[in-house]
Design a protein around this ligand. Sequence first.
Ligand code: HC1
Ligand code: SF4
Length: 568
Amino acid sequence: IVNITIDGIPVSCPETTLILDAAKMAGIDIPVLCYHPDLKVRATCRVCIVEVKGQKKFKTACGNEVWDGAEFITNSPAVRQARKDILELILAEHPQDCLKCVRNTNCELQKLARDFGISKPQFANKPNPIPIEDSNGVIVRDMAKCVKCGRCVEVCQEVQTVGAINTAHRSVEYEITTAFDRSLQDTVCVYCGQCIAVCPVGALYEKDETEKVWQAIADADKHVVVQVAPAVRVALGEEFGMAPGSIATGKMVAALRRLGFDKVFDTDFAADVTIMEEGNELLERMSHGGVLPLITSCSPGWINFVETFYPELLPHVSSCKSPQQMFGALAKTYYAQKAGIDAGKMTVVSIMPCTAKKYESARPEINGSGYRDVDVVITTRELARMIKQAGIDFNKLDDQEFDAPLGISTGAAVIFGTSGGVMEAALRTVYEVVTGKELVDVDFESVRGLTGIKEAEVDLDGKKVKVAIANGLKNARQILDKIKAGECDYQFVEIMCCPGGCIGGGGQPHGTTKAVREERMAGIYQADRELPIRQSHKNPAVTALYEEFLGKPLSRKSHELLHTHYHP
Ligand code: HC1
Ligand code: SF4
């Protein structure tokens, strides 16, 4: 423990504390731009500089730890002027088109410019004339707006270990780019969108497809159904001032109905179906000497990753399509038949916390209904934009319920939205199928939490099943390397591309940090506890689906509609 003062306020803290964090203890928020609490410190922008009593040079608050007896000044005229100069230099290179920028009103640079009262910049505005790159159909890169903070590189290289983007050149030429400046689709990018999630400005964003949705809704000939992913309901509220993790399911359903969707359905229904199919696939593989461990297949960034980096492990990946795609296939067959609707005139829209879902829905091998199963995918952020455009006062909406039958789901489905959830949902069902006994306590605490890799041995009434869960691709790599080396005896592995699972997806409201993920995760488990049915095989709408349409899990029809094969 060391004793320091910050702007005259005494603070006692461990000597490994960053000046930035010590200042927080004194109730002082030092401005930052390149710093992100979840990422390695680069200290490149220098917006966070502070003065140290007795020293001539400024120090960065994010890049330096405190020492005993130090006296920091965060708010002297010299510090303020230096920060302002730094910001003005950044702004001199930055396009001044805030009005039509996707990050208008939640841009970190815009906020700093406002906080520092920069109204008449001292330097001429000369942005780099770099064209927008959006040919991949998922992620837009507007590098003219890049402030070179390096957060996207840090997340792509260190958290996801993908390495699709990197820094290049030095000095004034310094930039963030892909190898050989290629378009993103010609790189190893998996479309996880984590680079978008950490970008402080409008340099990276998802390809906006809200116009397609507006058009479908306005088309009287179209029957437009919408499905919402589990993790959206605990994050959407943030766009309307709610705390992270607030469960906004009822208001979200009401808003979707107001927007004009003909049916408001739930991806959670299809998540329950996934458990029926994947749970049986696991049992089938375990009893017939199939390839083990079985690895989950619902996270499309993870699928892109395994195809690119570990194609030899594809036989381990479940043949189940993701819930999003199962939903699309069932909407355009089962639901269309039941409701007497021409599937050719149906539009299926997904609301996803994920950018890779846009890519997944466009994959040719994924369609089973005879049409494109999911027509348009928009992110949580895009949905919020639509609600705002429609002038809907989200917070004043009364809660509403999803439509039947594809809106009926269980607690096992909602936990898909967080790391460990697919595993727990599967165990809740597999236990009862294997033992023939009722599961008294459905909470499998050992598979929960934000830890990167979780391992557990689950006792199915004497039969032991070894499972592992990884979230974030760096952690996935560790498990995959073990499987490749034949060093593990897991039977079932869950892999989610994004840190924390879908709650931390690349399409979620901006401002995702570890703390925010924790809140959203807590929201997911609360939503689970509040549901009357918490096991997928007890979902009456799923039972009806099998009785009326599919026959049984892994039936021929199930295989045609709900399973697929990925290719290296
Ligand atoms: Fe997910 Fe899934 S949990 S992949 O994270 O299996 O995106 O939320 O919808 O499909 O159900 C995402 C979330 C989502 C699928 C389900
Ligand atoms: Fe890297 Fe993911 Fe961004 Fe692609 S989407 S550049 S893989 S962080």
